[in-house]
Ligand binder design. Structure first.
Ligand SMILES: *Cc1c(COP(=O)(O)O)cnc(C)c1O
Length: 347
């Protein structure tokens, strides 16, 4: 979802940007106006997450899946090993892609049985690993890292596509954080990559330029013609986050939304949470009905009342409420009301 004020501003400027006279779809990346969008988005992101000066913020075309390949292409030298922590669907795809490009060690697998995140003691980390890769929020199982793993000197790399800027983040704990923008930050097919500057030296010279973090950093994300309209929308989303009080403020709202839903799920045995309670995601609330035969009716009845997208992960089944940044508290109130009413009439 995009918040209404963002959509309204995007609609206004689609015809002509005030003072410029050009549509946002017609802007060149060589213009001052676009430089303002690029620099403004970066400056706001730096302020939002207090990003230290020795990190670079890049806006790259292609979604998170391109990062599944770019991370090992840039950071994994032929003789080295990268550790991956497998916590579900997206981490498995990241592993599959990276395995084509170098040597991996799956340091923990924890999605079998009741989905949860591995404890520190379960991690079998490689001494001297090139990096350790995690998926900070798992949309399929509804788990989210609440305490980051200790990985020693290895750079921690996170696919944060489904929770970046949904809560405060301590960037200094990471070597690299990437996120496809479409879940919490606006448009699809655009990624935000935050990378510690010293890691740019690892990008091999032989790498095609478009796949090299070093190239994109040198050119300040305009090595080629970037996804200009997507970056404009991202810029509006980041402005919206800043205007709303920044990451502590959005985190408080996201915590309230999730707490309300989990409380409703835990209230009776009619509903049952899927993820282990200490690993529960604030973005994707996964649950089932104790009587699974009622689930398709739940999804269909909810859709009739304007509550869409409640079917769970296609493989995992069950139900899922995705409550990203732009989902308002009123939508969660409506879902909780619906869940009570459905239990009353079917329980
Ligand atoms: C949605 C999602 C992706 C998919 O990203 P694309 O931009 O479609 O490639 C990857 N990782 C995580 C954690 C996601 O939630």
């Amino acid at each position: 979802m995009l918040p209404p004020p963002v959509l309204e501003e995007a609609r206004e400027t689609l015809l002509a940007l005030p003072g410029v006279g050009l549509s946002t779809l017609a802007l060149s990346h060589r213009t001052k106006v676009f430089a303002g969008i690029n620099e403004g988005a970066e400056a706001d992101i730096r302020a939002l997450a207090a990003i230290p000066a020795h990190y670079r913020v890049l806006f790259l075309p292609g979604g998170a899946r391109l990062q599944f390949a770019m991370v090992p292409m840039n950071l994994l030298a032929p003789a080295a090993t990268a550790d991956y922590i497998d916590t579900g669907f997206w981490s498995q795809l990241a592993i599959k892609e990276a395995a084509k490009l170098g040597t991996l060690n799956v340091a923990a697998t924890s999605f079998e049985g009741r989905p949860r995140l591995p404890a520190q003691g379960e991690l079998r980390l490689t001494p001297g690993a090139a990096y350790v890769h995690i998926t900070s929020n798992n949309t399929d199982s509804g788990t989210e890292w609440h305490t980051l793993p200790e990985v020693g000197a290895a750079p921690l790399v996170s696919d944060s596509t489904s929770d970046l800027f949904s809560r405060p983040i301590d960037i200094s704990r990471f070597g690299l954080v990437y996120a496809g923008a479409q879940k919490n930050l606006g448009p699809s097919a655009l990624s935000v990559v935050i990378v510690r500057e010293d890691l740019l030296a690892r990008s091999p010279e032989a790498l095609p330029s478009m796949l090299s973090y070093k190239t994109h950093a040198e050119y300040h994300s305009i090595f080629n013609t970037p996804p200009i309209f997507g970056m404009y929308l991202l810029r509006l989303m980041v402005k919206w986050l800043v205007a709303g009080g920044g990451l502590p403020a959005i985190a408080r709202i996201n915590e309230r939304k999730a707490a309300q839903l989990y409380a409703q799920i835990d209230r009776s045995s009619f509903y049952e949470g899927i993820a282990a309670p200490d690993s529960r995601s604030l973005m994707n609330v996964t649950f089932r009905l104790t009587d699974p035969h009622l689930e398709s009716r739940f999804v269909a009845t909810a859709a009739n009342e304007g509550l869409h997208g409640l079917a769970g992960d296609p493989v995992r089944g069950g139900l899922r409420a995705s409550i990203y940044n732009a989902v308002p508290e009123e939508a969660v109130d409506a879902l909780v009301q619906f869940m009570r009413e459905f239990e009353r009439t079917h329980g």
